[in-house]
Design a protein around this ligand. Structure first.
Ligand SMILES: C[S@@+](CC[C@H](N)C(=O)[O-])C[C@H]1O[C@@H](n2cnc3c(N)ncnc32)[C@H](O)[C@@H]1O
Length: 363
């Protein structure tokens, strides 16, 4: 293939050479070749290509045995990364109208347009794994997602954090005093927390997100839900300018480096987001205002964060916990006994902290 546009979510460089393969390729042979560094351009049947990916995945080694929760976490992450790098070497080509050049191929053009915009090249090459993820996301976006307490469906976009965990969303229902409040939502994702608060009578929400996809997603969903007059969203780091009565945030909760764009919703290297949120909170609150921080304790259970870290940070930033409510994790991973991190995940608790500036000590 002469020239093509390469699409990668993890910023992998474009392959210098593509080796065409078809339905005759076995999973063992494919693994051998991709481990040698080849990118295999699948030209056979779409369903066979999917089966090949599955068969390759099943042949990959499981995470190494670990002696501590943090070792287990890092081993699991390395395994997932290796799986991603290996399987991403099975690639497919799309023509200039985003038609997939495989037999029995499904319609993928709409999913591609949603993520990349209009085609601008004769050929686009992408890993089959990424394309399948885009197709799944397009289906969620079309069907919409029910969220407890939300009137109307949420239509998530590709690459935006999906609120399929209901524990943290339900915790927000314990915030009683919302009516007429001016709200900030820091790291809004789909906008779900903003919409819940607006439907419960908040006067307005100004939201931020560092990722342009989240900003577009939240904006479109506000329109769909008829909330756009009271909802503003901007692309930016942490707080919007000004002050608010309530500042809500569900930050990324694992203090480890993100490996790709989507990871930034979950991984917060050296607690940069969380520290910045706590440091800036009091300065962005109107008098009598309150911060609403949602935080899982998984990082503590995995020994990635000390148990007293949050208390120390709150003291350092002059904040006090006015109230808190916790809920045990109920998502599917918390129940999956075959998950190498089951011991930690089954004990995971998410807490909603009501935070206020600490009263000044009198001498
Ligand atoms: C755990 S997700 C929560 C999304 C949404 N609030 C929810 O509860 O479903 C964290 C979000 O923070 C965003 N984010 C990460 N770093 C950020 C930063 N420095 N400033 C603003 N948003 C950020 C991510 O893109 C992601 O959408």
């Amino acid at each position: 293939m002469d020239s093509f546009t390469w699409r990668s979510e993890s910023g992998e460089p474009a392959p210098s050479r593509l080796s065409p393969v078809d339905d005759r390729l076995t999973a063992d042979a494919a693994l051998k070749r991709v481990r040698r560094g080849e990118h295999l351009l699948y030209t056979g049947d779409f369903h066979n290509a999917k089966q090949l990916l599955g068969a390759m995945g099943r042949r990959l080694p499981p995470p190494r045995a670990a002696r501590s929760p943090v070792e287990a976490f890092r081993a699991e992450r390395r395994t997932r990364q290796l799986e991603h790098e290996t399987l991403s070497r099975i690639v497919v080509a799309l023509d200039r109208s985003y038609q997939l050049e495989l037999k029995r191929a499904p319609e993928v053009a709409e999913a591609c347009r949603q993520v990349w915009g209009e085609p601008d090249a004769d050929r686009t090459v992408v890993s089959l794994k990424t394309l399948l993820g885009m197709l799944g996301a397009a289906e969620w976006r079309r069907k919409g997602l029910d969220v407890p307490g939300l009137q109307g469906k949420l239509h998530p976009h590709y690459g935006v954090y999906l609120p399929t965990r209901t524990d943290y969303v339900e915790l927000l229902q314990h915030v009683t005093d919302v009516r007429g409040k001016k709200v900030f939502d820091v790291g809004t994702g789909t906008g779900v927390l903003s919409f819940l608060l607006l439907q419960r009578g908040a006067a307005s929400v100004t939201a931020t997100d560092i990722d342009s996809r989240a900003v577009a997603c939240a904006r479109e969903n506000a329109e769909r839900l008829g909330l756009s007059k009271r909802f503003e969203v901007m692309e930016g780091d942490l707080f919007p300018p000004g002050k608010a009565d309530l500042i809500v945030s569900n930050p990324p909760w694992i203090p480890e480096p993100p490996k790709n764009r989507v990871d930034r919703a979950v991984f917060d290297e050296e607690n940069r987001f969380l520290r910045g949120f706590l440091e800036g909170l009091a300065g962005h609150l109107n008098p009598g205002g309150e911060g609403l921080l949602l935080l899982s304790d998984l990082a503590v259970l995995l020994e990635l964060r000390a148990a007293d870290w949050l208390d120390q940070e709150l003291a350092r930033c002059g904040l006090a916990v006015k109230w808190k409510r916790s809920a045990a994790a109920r998502h599917s991973k918390a129940k999956d006994k075959s998950d190498p991190l089951h011991a930690a995940r089954s004990r995971e608790v998410t807490t909603l902290y009501g935070l206020v500036p600490a009263p000044k000590a009198t001498s």
